[in-house]
Design a protein around this ligand. Structure first.
Ligand code: 0RA
Length: 646
């Protein structure tokens, strides 16, 4: 072939490869979920998942991820390196096929079944398609190989640039800002949380994260290195660090059942909430599925058998239910499935039937051994189950009270609620306001057509430390249930929140912009997270952002939300303006509150989302638990709780 013909042949191949790539650029959300912050971070996970795959095959033990100064990302691993030889079918280097063919991203050798993979398992080619620039460097068979791409299009054939004794793959990519138009700025904490999680899920792999945009006091780049010797066992200790443990050890097992790799770790604490986390191929399965059912089944049957044999429950007058075995339980189930079927609303529910019995068996064996070897712990657990059953009985009565009220009859609505006149719930908003006086101002300032006000008295109950029946007996909480028109129990799930009769599609928490206000905000969020998670997941929960300052000069008036903004306004007014600091909502009059915080045209509402349920869980238990030092440290470090992604 002549040089010219070679060149033509080369571009013909890359044009063909581009068809799938164009589709990724046209419909990015189909591949990475969305093109917001989540999707942006997803690009990193996708590349790292490939490195984790190498690690799971035993070919790699070190991965590094660097956020470069310009928000491009560099990942490096010491795996085998992406193959660079000629790919016979495609007629170009395998590296080029991996980087530019959608679906070819996986391994060619079928015997190493791909167990990792991002939420959508789309491969690095997808990251390439969504990057304005990407450079792949491969260290393999003594040589360094390189290829660069723009928007997924290779710029030249794979070339060798030198010799090396290293092995591995380096990928540097710049997310395309025409696709990620909202932001291309990476959040260090978000990446750190995922890298930490991955290190627990894949013990023995060192994952280092470095942020070249920021330096610490010593002049060094911000960096964390995650490494876990014991895997899930350590993950449990990390999650439960601020809870008081009920038993001596973390109970754990690791093995293969019916050909399915299963890892389980669990511990009981003295608290009341159930914290189950499950993973399939390193992906957090928020909606649970067959592996979680297997865990529950194994736990219930084993504990029930033990408890019955012990005679400790003989005097109990009612049946123990499955829930009773899980109060104060923190557990993680992680399975690897060759061809996972994901179901559910967010495609995070495992559907593979065969997994249930594999996990159930694993849990039974693990727990039977532990109970036999640790009779004191066994006694503690059964004792706790018994108390849980008694409390559940009390809670059922209290919950009935919440359920019985019919929120559709005005008579049933809480007296303190100032309702709106609009009947269409999708147009309605309710403001949960701290204190009666601010509630009064909000009531005057609102647009009564579509905005309702529910004042909450003082501090609401800390549900993290209260037993369920106390929660359902609490006046403020009962008011929230009836005002929102939500009940407990749907046709499918007796414990799920029923949103069918939700009366307001926006639920806005409005608190003072001070320490007390943010504490109350956290209490309300804790309640929503533990008892109304579906409301958050449905995108219904928001936080209002009242201004911190009023800057006045002559007849000019402007509001500021940050110190920086305040200074800029003062300067734009030519200096020496009068500044009023709002210490609370109560200091604003109705008109000011409407203008700055409630008027949809000008206000900023922060939508509350749950980015990472495992991490959110840990943060709430820490913020609301008994131990003060970690909480103080967290609040000082994060000022507001940026970490739960509000
Ligand atoms: C295809 C085949 C093989 C490895 C990889 C891809 C691979 C991809 C990435 C992405 C980041 N790091 C990676 N490391 C490896 C198998 C290699 C072989 O059979 O030698």
């Amino acid at each position: 072939m002549s040089e010219e013909a070679k060149k033509n042949q080369y571009s013909a191949d890359s044009i063909q490869a581009l068809e799938g790539m164009e589709h990724v650029r046209m419909r990015p959300s189909m591949y990475i979920g969305d093109v917001g912050t989540r999707g942006l971070h997803h690009l990193v996970y996708e590349v790292v998942d490939n490195s984790i795959d190498e690690a799971m095959g035993g070919h790699c033990d070190t991965i590094s991820v660097t956020i470069n100064e310009d928000n491009s990302i560099t990942t490096r691993d010491n795996g085998r390196g992406i193959p660079v030889g000629l790919h016979k079918k495609e007629g170009v280097s395998a590296l080029e096929v991996v980087m530019t063919k959608i679906g070819a991203g996986g391994k060619f050798d079928k015997d190493s079944y791909k167990v990792s993979g991002g939420l959508h398992g789309v491969g690095v080619s997808c990251v390439n398609a969504l990057s304005s620039h990407l450079k792949a460097t491969v260290f393999r068979e003594g040589k360094v190989w390189e290829q660069e791409y723009e928007r997924g299009k290779s710029q030249y054939p794979v070339k060798s640039t030198g010799d090396t004794t290293d092995r591995g793959t380096v990928v540097t990519f710049t997310p395309d800002n025409t696709i990620f138009s909202q932001t291309t700025e990476y959040n260090y904490e978000t990446l750190a949380n995922r890298m930490r999680e991955l290190s627990y899920l894949n013990k023995g792999v060192r994952i280092t994260l470095t942020d070249k945009r920021n330096k610490d006091e010593k002049g060094e780049f911000i960096s964390d290195s995650f490494y876990s010797e014991e895997g899930l066992k350590e993950f449990i200790k990390f999650l439960d660090a601020t809870r008081e443990t009920l038993i001596q050890n973390v109970i754990s097992m690791e093995g293969e059942k019916n050909g399915i790799p299963v890892e389980v770790a669990m511990v009981y604490n003295t608290g009341y909430s159930e914290n189950l986390h499950s993973y399939v191929n390193n992906i957090n399965t928020h909606e649970g599925g067959t592996h979680l059912s297997g865990f529950r089944r194994g736990l219930t049957s084993t504990l029930k058998k033990y408890a019955d044999a012990s005679g400790m429950l003989d005097k109990l007058k009612f049946e123990i239910s499955g829930d009773d075995f899980r109060e104060g339980l923190t557990a993680i189930v992680s399975v690897k499935v060759a061809e996972p079927q994901f179901e559910g609303q967010t495609k995070t529910k495992l559907g593979n039937r065969e997994v249930t019995s594999a996990v159930s068996q694993a849990v039974s064996e693990m727990l039977t051994d532990y109970l036999e070897e640790n009779p004191d712990d066994a006694k503690q657990i059964v004792e706790k189950v018994k108390l849980a059953a008694q409390a559940r009985h009390a809670a059922a009565k209290a919950r009935e009270m919440v359920q019985r009220k019919n929120p559709m009859s005005v008579g049933g609505l809480p007296g303190k609620l100032s309702d709106c006149s609009e009947q269409d719930a999708t147009k309605c908003e309710v403001f949960l306001v701290e204190g009666d006086s601010a509630g009064g101002t909000a009531k005057q300032g609102r647009d009564r057509m579509f905005q309702a006000i529910l004042p909450l008295r003082g501090k609401i109950l800390n549900v993290e430390k209260a037993m369920q029946h106390k929660v359902f007996e609490n006046e403020e909480i009962k008011n929230i249930y009836t005002a929102l028109g939500v009940t407990i129990g749907t046709e499918e799930d007796s414990k799920a929140l029923n949103l069918e009769k939700l009366r307001y599609h926006k639920v806005v928490i409005m608190c003072d912009a001070d320490v007390d206000g943010s504490h109350i905000e956290t209490l309300i969020l804790t309640f929503f997270f533990r008892y109304m998670r579906e409301l958050i997941e449905g995108g219904h929960v928001y936080i209002a952002t009242p201004p911190l300052y009023l800057v006045k000069k002559g007849s000019k008036k402007r509001y500021a939300w940050t110190d920086k903004e305040r200074d800029e306004i003062v300067e734009s007014m030519g200096g020496a303006a009068g500044i009023q600091r709002y210490k609370g909502l109560g200091e604003m009059n109705a008109e000011q509150l409407w203008d700055t915080t409630m008027n949809p045209e000008f206000r900023t509402l922060r939508q509350v989302t749950i980015d990472n349920a495992t991490e959110t869980d840990r943060i709430f238990s820490m913020l609301m638990g008994d131990e003060v030092p970690p909480r103080r440290e967290f609040i000082e470090k994060n000022a507001v709780y940026a970490n739960i992604d509000v």
